[in-house]
Design a protein. Sequence first.
Length: 164
Amino acid sequence: MKLPKNLLKALVNQVNMEYASAYLYRSMSHDMKNIALFGYAKWLDKQYQEELQHAEKLVAYIEDRDDVVNFLPIAGVDKHYDKPLDVAVDSLSHEEAVSASIRELFRLARNEGDLETEIFLQWYITEQVEEEVNARDNISGFQKAENSEDLLYMFDKYLSKRAD
């Protein structure tokens, strides 16, 4: 069953947002490698891969609904970072924007009476809670390590062990 046109458009925009998120995290990872925070760079690379999976899951859903994804342009990332705390703060802000977008999609699906999409989006809502928790945890860790090279080294090593 095809999606309502306005819901399809919103889902395609979310696909774009997820790919843009991946692009942002890959850029952040690059910047952290440049300042020798290889653990955080690895963590951000995992985040990049996760965002790609989020986009692909949306694409597959749209295709399963017998619709077509018109892939939109992804804006470049023109901001560079030399402080991990700034990356963590911007990551949280970005994840909050993604969460708001997902909630708006959910509301739209509900208003359209599209139960399938509403159920599908529940996974994303739960996932965004985790994304925001991770970003807040990173902020906390980098704040504590801000004035200590030893703590920064330890937190960076901790982040390198991210399994998911």
